[in-house]
Design a protein around this ligand. Structure first.
Ligand code: ZN
Length: 263
């Protein structure tokens, strides 16, 4: 089982080595900005690397919103990130489930997700699998609670859509981790990636505040149980830089009884 970390994008392979990670996730552009990703000089090296690569789309992307001035550029940015993610050999592009504004009809938000994939399909589809990630907060989110996730999948299920399960977001979002993988898979049929994070925020708090696996309000054994049940690659998005994340990765390897595969 691959276990890695979200790292700085300057030299992801060096960051992987510093953590003894066999997978990395990084941003291809400013996560708070609207700029399309620039070509990377190390694209070929990343493509050829033994380390598995994941790309996280910018946080500003919200393809669900009814606000045209956010939704349209969000679609474009997601498409350009998928194209750029393919150049570095990414296994997937992770994007948050998004939300509609207060008072707006969530049903339109789900249909906006469907349109995002429909429009992409018209131009040949996304260049890498798009993994929609569950989110922690908000009352109008498309992928916070499983009832919303079921409606989202009703809308996008005809397309090839992946799912990324974040344990911090689920817990803070108000979904019990015990048995969660089965409940998610009953909806999505798949979990492509686990974001293994503890949560500084309490259960149901709606707070998106990641913690190291041994800290926070989640029993770490529950995170391990989620990973085991999901059987998917793991990325930790935890604090503490290389030291903190290396400790989290080592903890998971020990708990899961997996060795780092020989490079
Ligand atoms: Zn995450």
């Amino acid at each position: 089982m691959r276990i890695g970390a979200h790292v700085d994008s300057t030299d992801p392979l060096a960051e992987a080595a510093a953590r003894e990670a066999d997978a990395v996730q990084f941003f291809l552009s400013d996560p708070q900005g609207w700029k399309a990703p620039a070509p990377r000089e190390d694209a070929e090296r990343l493509r050829d690397a033994e380390t598995e690569i994941y790309v996280h789309a910018p946080y500003v992307i919200n393809v669900a919103t009814l606000n045209n001035r956010i939704r349209i550029p969000s679609r474009k940015l997601l498409l350009s990130h998928a194209t750029a993610a393919a150049t570095v050999g990414a296994k997937g592009l992770i994007v948050h489930g998004g939300h509609v504004n207060a008072g707006d009809d969530l049903a339109v938000g789900f249909d906006n997700w469907r349109k995002t994939f429909a429009y992409a399909a018209e131009s040949g589809g996304f260049a890498v699998p798009v993994l929609i990630e569950n989110t922690a907060g908000g009352d109008n989110a498309c992928a916070r609670r499983l009832d919303a996730l079921a409606r989202l999948w009703d809308a996008v299920g005809e397309f090839e859509v992946g799912f990324c399960l974040d344990t911090c977001h689920a817990h803070a979002g108000g979904e019990e981790l015990l048995g969660l993988v089965d409940r998610v898979k009953a909806i999505t049929g798949r979990i492509d990636l686990v974001h293994a994070n503890n949560s500084k925020g309490a259960f149901g708090s709606g707070q998106d505040r990641h913690d190291n696996l041994g800290g926070g309000t989640i029993d770490p054994e529950l995170v391990v149980a989620v990973i085991r049940a999901a059987g998917a690659p793991v990325i930790v998005e935890t604090p503490g830089g290389a030291t903190g994340q290396a400790a989290d990765i080592a903890f998971l390897r020990e708990q899961l009884g997996t060795e780092r595969p020989a490079a």
